[in-house]
Write a protein that binds this ligand. Structure first.
Ligand code: TRP
Length: 452
């Protein structure tokens, strides 16, 4: 088994190994940092509702399309498309994905660095004692506006990502996720239970779970669908690449279902922690900024017996969850250069890694360190442009490609390997060919409703 990796591109050890790796890619800062922020800024419960619908009908569709395309062609996104339509311009979907992934990684690794930095803060006892919201906000401001600290941890996260990816798929990725993801999950459940028993929890819950439909508008839908793609790692080829390592006997439908479910569950739990805690500490629920999660988790940890240890554990696990996502982001351009351009893995990893680091510098400086980047909200802008719009465009083209160009019949045939019955096929094909593309065109139209 071991030398399989040296000779071929490698394959997941088992279906479970794939699910852990794909779940590891999906679950990350998107769930714990980004989700609560976008919920807070986009009307609360009504956003949550649209989000769940977006995952179920759009996200799942795209996830299955990507996995199918990947497994069929056993290639990276560019190679996958070229394999099916040799020499056609459709390859640009793959290039767009690679570009998008590099930009996402550039800011994602910065935020992952915040998580790593917070491990050290937790160790130093910064979240001990009677922590107030003002104190916690100050800790975040001091940290995120200090270029030295931000850079050290940004570089650390990029370095770790480079290190893991350069070691190859199987050894690199599988090892991390199996124990640490379940641990993170348990800890989040514990924090949610504590948050729900805080005074004022009910009011926070009401913002989070009781929809106010007057707040529903195009922006809410645009952000909800974009967040679904971002959180599920869709629209740029991650799941094409991960799918390319799945064995022909595995069931793609249940894999896609499980990954979507687990990812959504964790995001929803993160909200159950953030909103009750906000209210309980006298903070407004609807003005979350990029620092929201980093300001709020220390507060709930300070309310937990053994909060010192749990705090260290939480930020460590969050860092690991972020790492399993950063490696999935870097794996896409790397597998492209290795498969298509015959680069050595090592060279590809270092070239892309260093390029991404440079690209991330303005994001790293945009939370207070440099006024210009802070003012234009550089990190938030890149997160929106690439982590939302660009993914939606990518997902649109993936659906069109799988549904119309490759052809849904061939896709179904691929899915049938490992799932001969595929009961959801009518719904899936309908969503792939009509519902999802139309929904994406619809949300892209709403870009014009955004202010400035
Ligand atoms: N889904 C991850 C998260 O929520 C981030 C991520 C990893 C991602 N790979 C991706 C997002 C590919 C979009 C595309 O943290």
């Amino acid at each position: 088994m071991e030398n399989q990796e040296a000779t071929t591109r490698g394959i997941w050890g088992s279906k479970v190994a794939f699910i852990f790796a794909a779940t590891g890619s999906a679950i990350g800062l998107g769930n714990i940092w980004r989700f609560p922020t976008v919920v807070s800024q986009n009307g609360g419960a009504v956003f949550v509702l649209v989000y769940i619908l977006a995952v179920a009908f759009i996200g799942f569709t795209v996830m299955l399309a990507e996995l199918t395309l990947g497994r069929h062609s056993q290639r990276n996104p560019v190679g996958a498309i070229d394999h099916i339509k040799p020499g056609s311009p459709w390859k640009f979907i793959g290039y767009l994905g690679i570009l998008t992934g590099v930009f996402i990684l550039s800011f994602y690794a910065v935020v992952a660095g915040w998580a790593a930095g917070y491990v050290f803060k937790a160790v130093s006892g910064a979240f001990q004692g009677e922590l107030t919201a003002e104190m916690s906000n100050q800790i975040f401001t001091d940290f995120s506006s200090d270029p030295l600290q931000v850079f050290i941890f940004f570089a650390l996260m990029m370095g770790l990502t480079i290190f893991i990816i350069s070691k190859g798929v199987k050894k690199g990725i599988e090892k991390w996720t199996k124990i640490l993801m379940p641990a993170l999950f348990l800890l989040i459940v514990l924090l949610a239970v504590r948050a729900l028993t805080l005074p004022g929890a009910g009011q926070g819950l009401s913002f989070y779970l009781n929809p106010d439909f007057s707040k529903l508008n195009g922006t809410v839908i645009l952000f909800a669908v974009g967040q679904a793609f971002f959180s599920l790692s869709l629209g740029m080829g991650t799941m094409i690449t991960y799918g390319s390592y799945i064995s022909k006997s595995d069931n793609l439908v249940s894999s896609a279902g499980w990954v979507s479910f687990a990812d959504t569950f964790v995001a929803l739990l993160a909200g159950l922690i953030i909103f009750p805690t906000l209210v309980s500490f006298g903070q407004p629920v609807d003005v979350g900024g990029e620092g929201l999660a980093f300001q709020i988790f220390p507060l709930i940890l300070s309310k937990l017996p053994g909060g010192y240890i749990f705090g260290i554990l939480f930020f460590t696990l969050l860092t690991v969850a972020a790492l399993t996502s950063t490696i999935s982001l870097l794996e896409v351009p790397v597998s492209y250069l290795v498969d298509e351009k015959n680069w050595s893995r090592k060279k590809a990893v270092w070239v892309i890694g260093i390029f991404t680091f440079i690209l991330g510098i303005p994001s790293a400086l945009s939370t207070g360190a440099v006024e210009f980047f802070t003012k234009i909200k550089f990190l938030g802008f890149i997160a929106f442009a690439f982590g939302n719009i660009s993914l939606a465009v990518g997902a649109l083209f993936i659906c069109v490609f799988v549904g119309y160009i490759w052809g849904w019949k061939k896709a179904i045939k691929e899915i049938a390997s490992g799932n001969p019955r595929f009961r959801l096929r009518f719904i899936w094909v309908f969503s792939l060919m009509f519902l999802t593309p139309i929904a994406i065109l619809f949300i892209l139209y709403f870009i014009k409703t955004l202010r400035g």
